[in-house]
Design a protein around this ligand. Structure first.
Ligand code: PLP
Length: 496
């Protein structure tokens, strides 16, 4: 494809993408295809001779679009949203055009420097405490990761390294010696990462990747599925009894199942109770709900993070209008990350890195090469402005409140199971035998009920089988529920 052919093809692709967004509300959100639908439509082998863009684009239309689940549809109300917007797409185009895997500053100074600047913008937009800015005295800063799972795994490895080093050095062993290495792996075998049983599975996966144990704190409906201080204390005391070393705790701001918020103040107080617990690395996973922090009414939450929180992540690619991938991770002390991740063979050395005056983001993440993802974040933040982002978040929360109100209005059929939160409503279908006139549909009334479980499951399966609306079924504290969240860029009252 030469420059003129690219120009024609790109115009045609952009027209098609715009038409796609225009038509997405009319499309069935779930595709009507069966597993394996694509293979018979695509040749067994790649073509020997070049094909034209028209042929390729025609296949996108006839073979790919019919198999796409339309996450941008306003009828997509499952999981959490995965937003995309025009400025974000433009950022992707430039990023691809520059393709300059910026593992070291030298490999593309603009890419590194824009990432640092834009991460500071994001930290300020989310009202994170000053300690998470790259300009802070404590060497904080942010980095863009592929996904929240990568961010959490990276942080757990950094937390493991920090704690192992502390424990082994305190025993008087010298780093680099065989005794140190033997003891290091002995200590690692005793280490435990902790999270609530509502924490996203990336918490347990991170512990697995870090080669350590994992223990979970039970969350209960009576606590609105929030991790509480007393339940955390039970797990920590059990770890002490078993001779284990808790080194990492994930607190969640907006859990995947119900969008509950762990009780930061209670948890912080428990961690203060023993010196060993004070050494636990505390991470806040705000993958979805972190986006709400752009709106002033939620910013009281981050005041809790000024002390006692080591790191924080959120996905701009969920609710904050930047397309996948744009997972932002902030740390209080970047040395904790680079101490764990910096391995520098000669071929990666250069005068700027050696002087230590630049950031080399390869030492802040698992991958070496990295894309210029800061561009799309920069484009979105400038195109919407903070006020545009706030308006988008408030619209999602309002639509959630509207939906919860509609569910409450049919208390003869449904009951709300957990407190509606950040646009997400979690409810179930009532057992018709137990519908009573005094039922108000508040969570303190929810009890296990097999008929309600089975009906709720059937309703969600029926809705999804029709394919016009996509919702999620899940189980919380043994209760089968339906979750609905309508918060992508095209969400509107009429669809809710
Ligand atoms: N954390 C929470 C609270 C989530 O809800 C999710 C995904 O929905 C994740 C982490 C994982 O996100 P990612 O797909 O970016 O790894």
């Amino acid at each position: 494809m030469d420059r003129d052919q690219f120009k024609t093809a790109a115009h045609s692709a952009i027209d098609d993408i715009i038409n796609y967004f225009d038509s997405v509300p009319e499309r069935r959100v779930l595709p009507a295809v069966e597993p394996g639908y694509l293979r018979p439509l695509i040749p067994e082998d790649p073509p020997d001779e070049p094909e034209t863009w028209n042929q390729i684009q025609e296949d996108v239309d006839t073979k790919i679009k019919p198999g796409v689940t339309h996450w941008q549809s306003p009828n997509f109300m499952a999981y959490f949203p995965a937003c995309v917007t025009y400025p974000s797409l433009l950022g992707e185009m430039y990023s691809a055009a520059f393709t300059a895997p910026a593992f070291n500053w030298l490999c593309s100074p603009a890419c590194t420097e824009m990432e640092t600047i834009v991460m500071d913008w994001v930290a300020k937009a989310l009202a994170l405490p000053e300690c998470f800015l790259s300009t802070s005295k404590n060497h904080g800063g942010g980095v863009i990761q592929n996904s929240a799972s990568d961010a959490i795994a990276t942080i757990i490895v950094a937390a493991r390294e920090r704690r192992v080093r502390e424990v082994v050095l305190a025993e008087g062993l010298k780093e680099g010696t065989p005794e140190y290495e033997d003891r290091r792996f002995e200590v690692q075998g005793k280490m435990v990462a902790i999270a609530s049983d509502q924490t996203h599975s990336s918490g347990a996966k991170g512990a697995l990747i870090a080669g350590t144990r994992f223990r979970s704190v039970t969350a209960r409906l009576e606590d609105n599925m929030e991790m509480t201080g007393p339940r955390l204390r039970e797990v920590l005391e059990k770890c002490d009894k078993d001779g284990l070393i808790p080194y990492h705790l994930t607190m969640t701001l907006g859990t995947t199942n119900t969008c509950s918020v762990d009780r930061f103040a209670e948890i912080k107080a428990v961690l203060q109770e023993k010196p060993a617990w004070q050494r636990i690395w505390v991470h806040v996973d705000a993958a979805y709900a972190g986006a709400a922090l752009v709106a002033d009414e939620w910013q009281y939450i981050t005041k809790n993070f000024a002390e006692g929180v080591d790191s924080f992540n959120m996905n701009m690619h969920k609710w904050l209008l930047v397309n996948f991938d744009a997972s932002v991770l902030f740390v209080r002390n970047r040395l904790d990350l680079t101490n764990a991740m910096d391995i520098t063979p000669t071929y990666l050395r250069n005068p700027y890195s050696d002087m230590g005056t630049v950031i080399d983001y390869r030492n802040w993440s698992i991958s070496l090469g990295r894309r210029f993802r800061a561009l799309k974040i920069w484009f979105v933040m400038r195109s919407y402005g903070l006020n545009g982002l706030k308006a988008h978040i408030r619209k999602g929360v309002e639509l959630g409140d509207l939906f919860a109100g509609l569910v409450r209005g049919r208390s003869d059929l449904f009951e709300i199971v957990t407190k509606p939160s950040f646009g997400l409503t979690v409810f179930r279908v009532k057992n018709p035998q137990k519908v009573s006139s005094e039922s108000t549909g508040t969570s303190d009334r929810v009890a296990k009920d097999e008929v309600a479980d089975s009906l709720s499951k059937k309703v969600s399966e029926l809705v999804n089988a029709r394919g016009e609306i996509f919702i999620t079924a899940t189980v919380v504290d043994g209760v089968q529920v339906i979750r609905v969240v309508s918060a992508n860029a095209l969400a509107e009252e009429k669809y809710v």
